[in-house]
Design a protein. Structure first.
Length: 532
């Protein structure tokens, strides 16, 4: 259909397309019919003309045979002269076997001999085509051989003009052209009628569509027919009504939604303002908290460090009093001195623990690849005496290399293993260390504050912990048992928690009294290669 748009005055006109299409169809139809008719009529006329002159040639041949014996050649000459009086016969001649013209209507045209030498070879009646030398006119030559006298072969040649056939052909063509003009005019009339019945309503539909596209949703088409185009117009009118109804409904909903959005936006702006204020307060408090923590850590470090010397003096003198005056004073004095020595010793342990706790954040080293297998072996060396005395069995699975502070990681391992040895049951301590790499943050029903990393597990068969106290044991100076039962300062697990948090991990415990405890802590991945 693209070809229509390339024809001038046709591309955008449906009427022009219909007229052109109908005209082309009629021209092709009439032209084909004319060609077939001309061919058929030419064939029929040619066949009739030749058959008629074949009969004439046979009649002349019979007359020649009779005249040969009766010597009455006047009848033959009369027949020859009569034959050429018709429009189609141009010449008629009787030829001897040697090619000499015996009788002819006009011998001056050809001389003494027949101009068709190949006609002398004819053995039966045949038709040949030739051209007149004078005019160049194409003719049909009818040759009829026959025997005369002593088996001598004579021939009759009749030259027939093909002009009547050409004239008849032209008449047929002119008649066909006349008919074609009439048919084309009739087709144009039909095209205009089709335009009125089809293109006019379609054009009205196009104009109506343009009006609707401009926003006139109430535009309607005047329905004048009740055929398919009329149904299309009715459907179009229904469509515009539905569009108008949908448009009104949409506008109503848009207004309602706009009002809701305005209210929501006002509320959101208020919330954003509140949130910004809260964020500013949070940033302020976070900064204050960080500053306070730094000051507290610095104070704890300075305090614990500065208290070392006077505490050492107190401990030394109380121990000197105990050695020098033990048994020389009354029993109360010995008891008081013992209390003083014990208090000084515990105070020294607390200050040392507090100093270790403060140094986690202030004296830590940069993180570097740390082989946990080496850390584990170093920890067992440090705890060798406690392991031998308690008969503990400490095992482990293959451990990875992580990005960490190797000294603090060793302190973490040592605190957890020594706690498992200290809080043992009647059985020999059995401690197993393992590690698992995780890709997500979930470990059972517990959530880790990271996406990928390592989860270390320290499992023992000790006395266990009541689940309601599992959060308390990581607070500094918090103890669950009396000092007489299990010595200690209550700082070890607090130091563990602070070391893990410095490494951006978490630490927790799962335990039941009498069934042992399992301590977990996490170390996030920081690009290190793992093994084990």
């Amino acid at each position: 259909m693209v070809i229509w748009s390339k024809i001038p005055f046709v591309g955008r006109s449906l009427l022009a397309k219909i007229i052109l299409l109908v005209t082309l169809l009629l021209i092709v139809s009439v032209g084909t019919t004319t060609v077939i008719t001309v061919a058929q009529q030419t064939k029929v006329l040619t066949k009739g003309l030749i058959e008629k002159n074949k009969l004439l040639a046979q009649q002349i041949s019979a007359s020649v045979k009779s005249a040969f014996w009766s010597a009455n050649w006047f009848a033959v000459e009369a027949m020859i002269n009569r034959s050429v009086k018709s429009d189609e016969v141009l010449h008629c001649m009787v030829v001897k076997p040697n090619g000499e013209i015996f009788l002819a209507n006009d011998k001056s045209l050809y001389g003494e001999r027949v101009p068709y030498n190949h006609a002398l070879k004819a053995k039966e009646l045949l038709v040949m085509e030739d051209v007149l030398p004078e005019t160049g006119e194409r003719i049909a030559v009818i040759v009829n051989p026959f025997n005369v006298g002593f088996e001598e072969k004579w021939i009759v040649c009749i030259g027939v003009s093909l002009k009547p056939i050409g004239k008849a052909r032209k008449d047929i063509i002119y008649s066909s052209i006349y008919q074609s003009v009439l048919i084309i005019l009739f087709g144009v009339v039909i095209s205009f009628w089709i335009s009125k019945e089809i293109t006019t309503p379609v054009w009205q539909l196009v104009e109506a569509t343009k009006e609707v596209s401009k926003g006139d949703l109430e535009h309607q088409i005047n329905v004048t027919t009740y055929d398919e185009i009329g149904d299309l117009a009715v459907t179009f009118n229904q469509m515009t009504k539905e569009l108008k109804r949908a448009h009104d409904e949409l506008e109503r909903r848009v207004k309602e939604r706009t009002a809701e959005l305005v209210k929501a936006n006002e509320k959101l702006q208020a919330e954003i303002t509140e949130r910004k204020q809260a964020e500013e307060k949070l940033k302020y408090y976070a900064a204050e908290l960080e500053r306070s923590n730094q000051e507290l850590e610095q104070f704890a470090y300075i305090a614990s460090h500065d208290l070392q010397e006077p505490l050492r003096m107190v401990a030394s003198y109380t121990q000197l009093l105990a050695r020098r005056y033990k048994g020389k004073l009354d029993s109360d004095a010995d008891e008081f001195i013992a209390y003083a020595v014990d208090g000084a010793t515990r105070m020294k342990a607390l200050i040392n623990g507090l100093l270790r706790y403060s140094r986690v954040g202030t004296k830590g080293k940069d993180f570097e690849p740390t082989d946990c297998e080496a850390v584990f072996d170093r920890t067992l060396d440090n705890l060798q005496k406690a392991i031998e005395e308690s008969g503990a069995k400490v095992t482990h699975d293959p451990l990875p290399t992580v990005m960490a502070d190797d000294m603090q990681l060793g302190q973490l391992f040592q605190n957890l293993i020594s706690n498992a040895i200290k809080f043992r049951s009647e059985e020999h301590p059995s401690i197993h260390v393992s590690c698992e790499r995780i890709e997500e943050s979930a470990i059972g029903n517990r959530q880790s504050a990271m996406n990928k990393g390592w989860v270390f597990t320290f499992r023992d068969n000790g006395i266990g912990i009541d689940p309601k106290f599992t959060g308390r044991i990581f607070i500094i100076f918090q103890r669950l048992h009396k000092r007489e039962e299990y010595p200690g300062t209550g700082i070890g697990l607090a130091v563990c928690k602070k070391i893990v948090e410095r490494h951006s991990g978490r630490i927790w415990v799962e335990s039941d009294p009498g069934k042992g405890s399992t301590f977990y802590f996490t170390i996030p991945l920081r690009g290190e290669n793992s093994h084990g």
